[in-house]
Design a protein around this ligand. Sequence first.
Ligand code: CEZ
Length: 789
Amino acid sequence: MIEFTGNGRCVLHSPTAMPQASGFLWNPQMLIQMNCRGYAVAQFMQPEPAKYTSGPMLEAKTFMQPEQPYYAHNPGRFFYVKDEHSGTVFSAPYEPVRAPVEQYRFFHEAHRIGWKIQADGLELELELTLANDRAAELWTITLTNPADSPRSLSLYPYFPVGYRSWMNQSGYFDPEHQAMICKAVTPYQKVQDYFANRHLKDWTCLLAETSPQAWEARQQHFEGEGGLHGPGGLQQQQLDKGEALYELPAAILQYRLKLAAGQSQRFRFVFAPVRDDQELAGLRKHFFGGQEDGFRRSADAYRVAMQQQQGCIRLNGPQPDFDQFVNHWLGRQLYYHGDVNRLTTDPQTRNYLQDNMGMAYLQPLRCREALITALSQQKRSGEMPDGILLHPEAELKYINQVPHADHCVWLPICLQAYLDETDDYALLDQKLSFADSEEPMSVANHLQLAMEWLLKARDHRGLSLIHQGDWCDPMNMVGYQGKGVSAWLTLASAYAFRLWADICLASDRAEQARHWQNQATELNKAANQWFWADNWYARGITDQGRLFGTAQDREGQIYLNPQSWAMLSGAADSSRLQSVQAAIEEKLMTPFGPMMLAPAYTAMVEDVGRLTQKFPGTAENGSVYNHAVMFYIHALYQQGLAEQAFELLKKMLPSETDWQQRGQFPVFIPNYYRGAWHQYPQRAGRSSQLFNTGTVSWYYRCVTEGLLGLRGCRQGLRVNPQLPAHWSQVRAIRHFRGARINVEIQRQATEKQQLYLDGVHVSGDCICGLQSGTEYQLKVILPGATGHD
Ligand code: CEZ
């Protein structure tokens, strides 16, 4: 049903087996998630994210929620095809007609999404790609008549635009630009919004390369009594060339064509948000005007841009599907996060830092810039803001107006990854000002202040106050009265102190290193004293002084995060480590990975918060929340538990046996799979379909530094692969500080690991003196011949 067919191309063979299957394309101005049946969710930046198509009801602004089902009038891109003689109608890719197809292939590559369909004796190729330099979808449809006799057909692109304004909405065909124009006025009430809104691109346009014979702008008129499955408009010989006057507009065109036996015809369209006539004229000229094929040029430039982003690792191991995912899709998803910050102008600080941590492995300079941007918005007190503003007019919105206590934690975490990868310790001496003070201070001092802030933000017991949330956004009522504390944050602070101490040590700041090491020890001690509850770590203590996340609770007995971070911070000694791992296996494990908590809450708990109101097994309420799973995997690699770590890496990816249960096209990692494994086993494993997730930077890091064990340090590249036992051999290319290292790892009957660089034995586990611009051969012999794979 699903296959990788080389170069990462992923193909799905059915429109019904996984109806939510989707892929996504982005450029710096826009993003589109395109579903295999034709539904689409798209947004663009102006500079705040905005939509240019909507459903038929006025929608509230919110984050993307692709897990919910699509409905017939959902925004999408559809092509009806009618046989003029028989009257038979089908639609591509599949909706809205849902007519059976003879053959169906939905495919995704880095730079495009497409379909190859055979229906009603015709062949149809459909391709979506993006313009390289602006918000514009580029659509190509090719119709072929493979039969021996000619066919008379009508092709109807149907691009609904939806309900976009209660103030003013209309649509018409503009013959001069060969475009359907759907206009709206973004609704507002405050006078100052007029001045902000007047620059918005409120038109949605479908530009056609070829002039249509007819068109329709009135969505309901087109639909008629037949509904979208069999629109009235299609029963006419020709559409009515209607205009939408304060009626739901849609861009609908009609091409009447005759295809001789074996003949093909290609149509191309640009679908884009537009501000005015002038911009529309510019678009037409850019894509379809002039001598050169602007459409092709733009699509080619986009392809090149999308294919160029290369990660630091290329894997060639015993599991080809795993290689394909890591080499083609993981790096791509990672790049998406670092490139456009989930298409927001105020990314949450923790997301911004972790997404850019991933950039350390793709484009380290951008990780550096992100650290500088974030630290320049730090307060002089050391506190980090809830979101990082990426645009002069950007404001902290939605979740960023809720105070979360964890943002400082992510600074040394991101910094460590960057420094390991680049050895750019000069960054620590760079001087930066603050959000509320011009006084320049070195990056090292900024970090120092951030760590001191974490130290201060604790209660009399030395435990970290949670306020209205930590890493867990919706855990908003544990400490909203100012007293509740978080076990996770206490442990995460200890981990942050440890990492900062390591960085201090590596940069001749021995005294500071000692100080932070001691503080980490203190925090760990406090965590062990207050949060250890029989067999695992609790999740926190509420404003009322209730320890929660323990066996005493009916629901939410055990949370994954405190366990993983007690491993990372060093709080858990070896007996607690064993106990914690056993508890995770017993209480949290599912075939799709460990749940974030269990049992999932079934009713509101007023001293925990809105997390308990989410449906059991979804999101933070006990799903397999992949970001949290990655922390656990990272902790497992840190402990040298290679077997379990790899097993969980694999469980995060759909496999042949569970594609249908997950319901997701395996071209990205979703933010969660449903959990509540014991409560709702039937739905467990189902994907959220949301590709925005802090998971990917950690996944990439774990493959590079954990699984392959190729991690930078001050001296060079430390080599310590942690292959699963059944892997006897793997090859990889590691790009590192400008050098290219061709790595071959092999198991042999040897006592301990041995390294050979260009054939010469290296003592110890560190490759030093690597030169930028040079290619090396590194052979790693690992103990333990297996005979497998
Ligand atoms: O968002 C994520 C956040 O972007 O939830 C994570 C958090 O660490 C990330 O920074 C865990 O809480 O508001 C909510 O209830 C949701 O929980 C969202 O904030 C959540 C969704 O996955 C949307 O991206």
